[in-house]
Ligand binder design. Structure first.
Ligand SMILES: Cc1cc2nc3c(=O)[nH]c(=O)nc-3n(C[C@H](O)[C@H](O)[C@H](O)COP(=O)(O)O)c2cc1C
Length: 329
């Protein structure tokens, strides 16, 4: 008997996805050019960065820009952050009307500014409110509604299993579990045991595993060890838009040997051009200082590149750096 495939199509409510690999919402990173790059290697779901419910209801232009997408970016997801159940339904309807395929509620953001009003991972301290917000969103839209959580506020308050039950009861179609507490921030390792326990609680709600998936083998380990239905790529996708393709290749038994410095350079140039045509010259210079380091900064020789990149002040300089900086492999 052959072992079932770890990478497979995934049905989330009415949304049929070709693969169970998903690109995460990433504030300040999963912008239009980033999503364009991921789409080159991946047919499945990609999220825009989180937007605040209040900002959407108030029609704030910068938030709408974060949600800008092109027709070839479907299937595409939006994520709302906020703690007001009434605003949640109004904002959800606006998101649906914008043509999004799926809508997620953020219950994981650890940033103080976000948790201060009870939003993001602040909601982990008022779990019944999560159920209330989800129920309101679900009543307002026809697209699938999902939720993304950390496992609890701190080690003394692990509520992941309760949250799976509550989300399922409210009618959410999937729950993404980041295997860390709020208190942990990004320290330590994401605990896969909690993701496994979340999956055990599920009676149908899809469980997406999240945390520390930086390579193809770690994605397959996440799926195999936890039994989760899908895997979310977050920091692992930054500077590696090909990660979903690598995972697919590995699952097919193909050799995944890591991308060469030359290939990273080539893809970075593509990303650079995408940022330039989307955001214009001044924005592209700012963006490319960040993006350039994520592609090459961690490789041997990357430190020199990082320093030079952070000082570059013109598009020409950045282009030359990408092409010319010597890199040991
Ligand atoms: C720069 C950055 C921005 C993020 N923005 C969001 C966001 O907008 N919404 C969200 O739910 N999570 C956000 N996250 C959390 C990730 O989606 C993910 O849950 C977390 O990084 C753990 O996964 P990883 O260890 O694979 O990176 C962000 C993380 C990073 C590093």
């Amino acid at each position: 008997m052959s072992t079932p495939s770890l990478i497979h199509p995934l049905q989330i409510g009415t949304l049929a996805l070709p693969t169970n690999i998903i690109f995460a919402p990433l504030a300040g990173c999963s912008d239009f050019p980033y999503r364009q790059m991921c789409r080159k290697y991946h047919q499945g779901l990609i999220y825009c960065e989180m937007v605040k419910m209040e900002a959407i209801v108030r029609s704030q232009a910068t938030s709408f820009r974060m949600l800008h997408y092109s027709a070839d970016m479907h299937p595409i997801g939006a994520q709302l952050c906020g703690s007001n159940p009434k605003l949640a339904s109004t904002a959800a309807k606006i998101i649906e009307d914008m043509g999004f395929d799926i809508l997620d509620l953020n219950c994981g953001c650890p940033v103080d500014k976000v948790t201060a009003d009870g939003s993001g991972s602040g909601l982990l301290r008022t779990p019944t409110r999560i159920g209330e917000i989800l129920a309101n969103m679900i009543a307002a839209v026809r697209i699938p509604v999902t939720v993304k959580i950390r496992v609890g506020w701190d080690d003394d308050h692990i509520i992941v299993e309760d949250l799976v039950r509550m989300a399922e009861l409210a009618g959410a179609q999937a729950i993404t579990v980041h295997g860390r507490t709020r208190k942990q921030g990004y320290s330590g390792e994401a605990n896969r045991e909690w993701i496994r326990l979340a999956k055990q609680q599920s009676h149908g709600i899809k469980v997406i595993g999240n945390g520390d998936v930086f390579s193809a083998p770690s994605a397959l380990r996440m799926l195999a060890e936890t039994g989760c239905d899908g895997v979310l790529l977050a920091r692992g996708g930054i500077g590696q838009p090909w990660l979903a393709e690598d995972i697919w290749h590995l699952e097919q038994g193909l050799c995944v040997s890591g991308r060469s410095a030359d290939e990273r350079r080539r893809v970075l140039l593509d990303h650079f051009e995408a940022a330039l045509s989307y955001g214009g010259d001044a924005q592209a210079i700012v963006d490319m200082r960040r993006i350039g380091c994520s592609y090459i900064g961690r490789l041997p020789g990357g430190r020199r590149f990082r320093e030079a990149f952070s000082k570059a002040s013109s598009l020409q300089e950045l282009r030359e750096l990408i092409i010319e900086v010597p890199m040991e492999e």
